[in-house]
Design a protein around this ligand. Structure first.
Ligand code: ARG
Length: 459
């Protein structure tokens, strides 16, 4: 049974049927579809379309359908074109012809947009919780890192020493922004399309404010044409998911690099690394490589939906059926990745001695320039002097700390014996004490702040 056979004399070609059917994808919104129908039945009952008896029968029937879905007992039949058809078909089996009154004043166009938004309002907190858990793991590692120093890079070239804790927390903040982006999206998802009909609005005098409230939406949509065709929320959601994927990918890339023998800054726990079928020595960071790889897939899903939306004539077009698969897949992707990398990062071990060994005194060249700045020389000049010292060290194949004082004084008479202190990486770190810098105090403040934020969010 289709919901639209009246004007047709032939049945739909079976391959066209398969192409048209959306059940494999939209059955995931079964509970939301039933909830939307229960609320719609209430609304059209209040508007005088359903008698008390009909309303009671439909509500009871829908409650049974809902139970069948949540207990996994619902069976689909081949004629179920989509989730909306399946629910109405089952309701008809349960209560008979009265089921046919449920769709009065409603269209699958406002129905599907409602189901999808309801589904997303449930998915956002699930993603948020998974992101928060990853943030907690990062903060735990930052606390564990203590005073460990590692090289900080720009252009993947050794740049300046930083605290390992500072590095861990650098991955906390993007996730904080990702979470707030997701939360910011809620008011735009929480707008009810139901009651917009196919496009022009419903002829039933339903109280859409009450309907919105009963389904947990903030407000009803104000323009039926926009309401059935708007998929901005899906594009925004995919953007949020994709940007999170990109943040995870950047983090993953660093773990891949830093667990290599060349860096050796971290070692993955066995529980989160994989072996090679050929090379017995291999311990591979597959879960981080997959995280990196799936970011590419996420970008594709976002781009795909945007391309689908571009240039669609107003209002509902069947192209819009393509909206759900990428949103579901992106959600599944993140919910699969997040707990795994959270576990992997909770159990990764840092190798402070390898990090320390990767710091050489040229990484304190900026501190050398700053040393002369403290003697009153303009930074532009001190930068050039420090550069000459680096060149000299390179020529002599020694570290900056091994250049004798006389050679320094030949570069600038302002150098004194205490210049050697500049080459202590901890001193370099400690000088960066302004808010957001890598000094011990500054990072401690950062950890305190982040822990307060995380515990505040719990309540
Ligand atoms: N399966 C459709 C979708 O996902 C439901 C809406 C169908 N509307 C229609 N007029 N055929 O968009």
């Amino acid at each position: 049974m289709t919901l639209w056979g009246g004007r047709f004399t032939q049945t739909l070609n079976s391959l066209a049927w398969d192409l048209n059917s959306s059940l494999p994808v939209d059955q995931r919104m079964a509970v939301q579809d039933v909830d939307g129908s229960i609320a719609w039945a209430d609304a059209i009952h209040a508007a005088g379309i359903l008698s008390d008896e009909e309303h009671a029968s439909i509500s009871l029937g829908l409650a049974t359908v809902r139970k069948e879905f949540s207990s996994g007992q619902f069976s689909f039949v081949p004629s179920d074109e989509d989730i909306h058809t399946a629910v109405e078909r089952r309701l008809t089996e349960l209560i008979g012809a009265t089921a046919g009154k449920l769709h009065t004043g409603r269209s699958r166009n406002d129905q599907v947009a409602t189901d999808f938004r309801l589904w997303m309002l449930g998915a956002i907190p699930a993603l948020d919780a998974a992101l928060k858990d990853l943030q907690s793991a990062l903060v735990e590692q930052a606390e564990k890192a203590g005073e460990t120093i590692m090289p900080g890079y720009t252009h993947l070239q050794r740049a300046q020493p930083i605290l390992l804790a500072h590095w861990w927390l650098s991955h906390y903040w993007p996730l904080k922004r990702d979470r707030s982006r997701l939360t910011d999206l809620i008011p735009r998802v929480s707008i009810l399309p139901l009651g917009s009909g196919a496009l022009a609005g419903t002829p039933i005098p339903v109280d859409r404010v009450a309907l919105a409230e009963s389904l947990g939406f903030a407000e009803p949509s104000q323009n039926s044409l926009d309401s059935v065709s708007d998929r901005d929320f899906a594009a925004e959601y995919l953007f949020c998911a994709t940007l999170t994927g990109i943040h995870l990918s950047k983090l993953a890339e660093q773990i891949v690099l830093y667990t290599s023998a060349e860096f050796g800054f971290f070692e993955l726990s066995d529980a989160f690394s994989t072996g090679s079928s050929l090379m017995p020595q291999k311990k591979n960071p597959d879960v981080f490589e997959l995280t990196r790889g799936k970011a590419g897939t996420l970008i594709g899903m976002l781009t795909g939906l945007l391309a689908t939306l571009k240039g669609l004539p107003s209002t509902y077009d069947k192209d819009l059926q393509e909206d759900k698969a990428p949103v579901f897949a992106a959600t599944d992707t993140l919910l699969a990745i997040l707990p795994v990398i959270t576990g992997a990062l909770r159990t990764i071990s840092a190798k402070p001695e390898r990090m320390r060994a990767a710091i050489d005194s040229t990484m304190m060249a900026t501190d050398l320039a700053d040393y002369l700045v403290n003697k009153g020389i303009p930074f532009r000049e001190t930068h050039a002097i420090a550069g000459k010292a680096v060149r000299l060290a390179g020529e002599r194949k020694v570290g900056l700390e091994q250049i004798p004082l006389e050679a320094y004084q030949a570069l600038s008479p302002a150098f004194e014996a205490n210049v050697v202190q500049v080459f202590d990486p901890l001193k370099s770190v400690e000088k960066r004490n302004a808010i957001g810098g890598t000094s011990l105090q500054s990072v401690k403040n950062q950890i305190d702040r982040v822990k307060r934020l995380l515990s505040f969010e719990k309540s």
